[in-house]
Design a protein around this ligand. Structure first.
Ligand code: IPM
Ligand code: MN
Length: 372
């Protein structure tokens, strides 16, 4: 398969983790005879520094013309600490999602056996957790009208949803549930919000088209608690933009590190793949950023194009790296010298030699680098 992939590394640790995902994709292309062409462009704070615009026209153009977008991360403290900044890196990502029509953000959450002990939650609580969060991504309070009064003392953000916006992601979530454990939990705040009541109504109607899927509803405050109390009860979670943002960060604790959570953002024409973590500015260029979320986002990219064997190979490379403890310091008590790029080297090497890796480290091909 021939794919043109727009690469938007962005800010902070974005470039270093994205590089590892590219290494994995290049190894997959070589192994399976695909042709992946990578074209880079700026987004976020780096783009503001160069052009004054967090999403320059050239970048959007490239994304529109490409088959998929591989995204790093955006954000810079100089904007976070300045509420009056009119231009912000995050606007680049939000505009990109809106312009490409990426309305469904899929965030898988899994408790890896090897990492059960790393979560602050008890192993018996999280063991076996396997959740797929479907977060609406181009509507709601993120994109509703924003107002600030003239005196600067009153502000508002409108949360608007239309039936159409709810329907299209609901169908995707129900279809996903059919391929999984056939349970869909809609998370909302229907006891308070009109927009949530519309979600419930529309999702209930659509649920009738999927009689095999068990549908239930949770208020978001309760869902936040249930995720920690008993995450195994969830299969597919469907929710609006803001609630999905919050509960997916919360759910990342189950896996033991936010550095593991990948995501796919899908629309009718375009698709973008990005880790859920931010730009982690303090870690930039220190080699400590966990590249797994970015690498697993690349696996989601492959799945999107129905390259399932290829995606599975990346996932087994990741599992192997976790099992062997070839992980960055966020997940590694034993070795503090396993850098971002060494994890990438291992994954790349595993893809090249999937049967040639064993628990004694003797046959691990790591190019010129040595892990231990
Ligand atoms: C995410 C991020 C973004 C969001 C920010 C960077 C705008 O937190 O992808 O979850 O809130 O959607
Ligand atoms: Mn977020």
């Amino acid at each position: 398969m021939k794919l043109t992939i727009a690469v938007l590394p962005g800010d902070g640790i974005g470039p270093e983790v994205t590089n590892q995902a590219i290494k994995a994709l290049k190894a997959i292309a070589a192994e399976f005879g695909h042709s992946f062409v990578f074209k880079h462009a700026d987004v976020g704070a780096v783009a503001i520094d160069k052009t004054g615009n967090p999403l320059p026209e050239d970048t959007l153009d490239l994304c529109e013309k490409s088959d998929a977008v591989l995204f790093g991360s955006i954000g810079h403290p100089k904007y976070d600490n300045d509420p009056s900044a009119k231009i912000r890196p995050e606007q680049g990502l939000l505009r990109l999602r809106k312009s490409l029509g990426l309305y469904a953000n899929i965030r898988p959450v899994k408790a890896y056996k090897k990492l059960l002990g790393r979560s602050p939650l008890k192993s018996q609580v999280i063991s076996g957790t396997d959740i797929s969060i479907y977060r609406e991504l181009t509507g709601g309070i993120y994109f509703g009208e924003k107002q600030l009064s003239k005196d600067g003392n009153t502000a508002s953000d409108l949360c608007v949803y239309s039936r159409h916006e709810i329907e299209r992601i609901a169908h995707l979530a129900f279809k996903a549930a059919l391929t999984r454990r056939k349970k869909l939990t809609m998370v909302d705040k229907a006891n308070v919000l009109e927009s949530s009541r519309l979600w419930r109504k529309v999702v209930t109607e659509i649920g009738k088209e999927y009689p095999k899927v068990e549908l239930d509803f949770l208020f978001v405050d309760n869902a936040a608690m249930q995720l920690i109390l008993n995450p195994k009860q969830f299969d597919v979670i469907l929710t609006e933009n803001m609630f999905g943002d919050i509960i997916s960060d919360e759910a990342s604790v189950i896996g033991g590190s936010i550095g593991l959570l990948a995501s796919a953002s899908i629309g009718d024409k375009h698709a973008l793949f990005e880790p859920i973590h931010g730009s982690f500015p303090q870690a930039t260029n220190k080699g400590i950023a966990n590249p797994i979320a970015s690498i697993l986002s690349a696996a989601m990219l492959l799945d999107h194009f129905e390259l399932t064997k290829e995606a599975a190979l990346i996932r087994s490379a990741v599992e192997k790296s976790l099992t062997l403890g070839i992980t960055t310091p966020d997940l590694n008590d034993k070795f503090d010298n396993v850098t971002t790029s060494k994890v990438g080297d291992f994954i790349e090497d595993y893809i090249n030699n999937p049967n040639d890796t064993n628990l004694n480290f003797t046959n691990i091909h790591l190019g010129q680098s040595t892990i231990i």
